[in-house]
Design a binder for this molecule. Structure first.
Ligand code: SF4
Length: 510
């Protein structure tokens, strides 16, 4: 069967999943509009800032050891690599790897290259990188400039193949092509699917020659599952999920972040591919099922008590391990309840607002509700069909809960927070800074050193939330001594005033 990976260039998520980037309303109405196909019309008449899909592609490939990144770009596009270096070093260290610096090049495109083309520069950069560092993989990251002038990075990879030892993997993640930055995840998986060996040679041949059933039966005996991690989970999250899976009799291996290049050749030896986050993996998991016959599971995120139980049950059901799963869940939940007894009273009734990835934010809303908090609303970077079940379940706790779909758009966030005046905000570090300046304590929804997933994650979030809400003097001082860049009139305006249904909306600026 055909898969998008058969094409040289991948589709953007607006086309593939009809992903929405602008919405303001309630959770239930959002799902209703999603199912009715109405969200495709959602637009903004004013956009403050956008994420670049290239930066999300980098969050994956920079973590892979023994690989070099080449930015086929003007020098500015590599700026975010500088901030990723520490994360990558710490992530490698946590996984027992040598704490190596991130190695990246830029082909340094300039005005002359925009006229004459940058393929020669890219070719020379690949050869130089291979010679200097002898990596196993070289990722070529295409950006807006080569995308606009029409450089063919796949052709360059083909031309240098005989001159370099590394496997060259072109990544099509030009920022201008999509407003859904999660397309960058697809871009990396597209490159891995097309250029990286994902099976031992004999397994590849068997998959191609047989119906696949015998191979599938053989794999099932191993009870090995691939768990697909994301940049926003840390090693302690992986350890927690591996612990839970081991308790029901399964062995977990984590891909693709921080997986060694040679480990990719064993990727297709698993019985099941399990996603932690639907936003991240469907592109690759459907490819692995179609090409190698490996079933996959994309369900909820294992965040919070209910969702962790649901995730474990769903995995266990694929192996007939339901009874073991029930025993593990009962024991874990009982132990967690005992551990939470001191943390529940101070959190009871605390008003919480959330912002982050589509799946994480809804699962976290359920977690905060389980801890006795009142979830006032949440905002997701984007929205697609994968959120439907989870968003409806989250809304059961509080029908009519406010939902905003916005990739950043800090002006909307400032308005929402000023109105809601929550006791706590959980969000990404970028937005947290703005919320803290509004006088609200913030808890990073993404902090790799701290556990967030599984039962241990519930305890960690509760412990940190209690500490943060106990004393907000710091945030109040911040509010007193800093200024927001918006006019006072903006806070009296509708926070969703600039979200339209495709026709021209209101003018002006907040
Ligand atoms: S949007 Fe284009 S120019 Fe800007 S960082 Fe992304 S790839 Fe580079």
């Amino acid at each position: 069967m055909a898969h998008h990976t058969d094409q040289k260039v991948l589709p953007k998520r607006e086309d593939r999943l009809r992903t929405c980037h602008a919405y303001g309303g309630t959770s239930c109405a959002l799902v209703q509009e999603s199912r009715g196909g109405c969200l495709v019309r959602s637009e903004r008449s004013f956009t403050q800032v956008c994420n670049c899909q290239m930066s999300l592609a980098l969050t994956m490939v920079t973590t892979i050891p023994d690989a070099v990144i080449i930015m086929h770009a003007p020098p500015g596009c590599g700026g975010s690599n500088v901030s990723m270096d520490l994360y990558v070093r710490n992530g490698l260290n946590a996984r027992g790897e040598k704490k190596a610096p991130l190695i990246w090049f830029t082909s340094n495109l300039d005005e002359a290259d925009v006229i004459a083309g940058g393929e020669e520069k890219l070719e020379a950069t690949i050869v130089e990188a291979d010679l200097r560092f002898r990596p196993r993989l070289i990722f070529v990251v295409s950006t807006c400039t080569p995308g606009i002038i029409g450089d063919d990075i796949d052709a360059v990879a083909g031309r240098v193949r005989s001159r370099v030892a590394a496997t060259v993997v072109p990544l099509h993640c030009e920022g201008f092509k999509t407003r859904i930055s999660a397309t960058g995840y697809d871009a990396v998986y597209h490159g891995l699917a097309r250029y990286v060996q994902l099976a031992p040679h004999d397994a590849q041949r068997l998959a191609e020659e047989s119906s696949g059933q015998a191979l599938l039966d053989e794999r099932r005996k191993s009870r090995r599952v691939n768990v697909f991690n994301v940049y926003s989970i840390g090693r302690s999250d992986e350890v927690e999920l591996a612990r839970l899976l081991e308790l029901i009799g399964l062995e977990a291996r984590f891909y693709p972040n921080f997986a060694r290049p040679e480990a990719f050749t064993e990727l297709t030896e698993a019985s099941l591919n399990v996603s932690i986050c639907a936003t991240h993996d469907d592109y690759f998991l459907t490819f692995l099922e179609e090409r190698y016959g490996i079933p996959y599971l994309i369900d909820t995120m294992p965040i919070g008590i209910r969702n962790t139980g649901r995730w474990l049950r769903a995995v266990a059901a694929r192996f007939g391990l339901e009874e073991q799963a029930e025993r593990v869940i009962a024991a874990e939940e009982a132990e967690l309840e005992r551990a939470l007894s001191d943390y529940r009273p101070p959190l009871a009734g605390k008003r919480v607002y959330l912002g982050g990835g589509e799946m994480r934010v809804a699962a976290t809303a359920m977690l905060m509700h389980e801890l006795g908090c009142e979830v006032v609303g949440f905002r997701a970077h984007h929205y697609d069909e994968f959120g439907d079940d989870l968003y409806l379940t989250a809304a059961q706790d509080r029908p009519g809960m406010e939902v905003n779909v916005a990739t950043t758009q800090t002006f909307e966030l400032a308005n929402l927070i000023e109105r809601a005046q929550p006791d706590l905000y959980l969000g990404h570090s970028g937005s947290n800074a703005w919320v803290a300046k509004l006088g609200v304590p913030t808890l990073p929804i993404f902090s790799a050193p701290q556990t967030y997933l599984g039962y241990l994650g519930v305890f960690e979030v509760a412990r940190r939330a209690v500490r943060l809400t106990a004393n907000r003097a710091f945030q109040e001082q911040l509010r007193r001594h800093t200024r927001q860049p918006y006019r006072e009139s903006w806070y009296r305006n509708d926070p969703f005033a600039y979200i339209t249904d495709g026709a021209d909306g209101a003018g002006g600026r907040p």
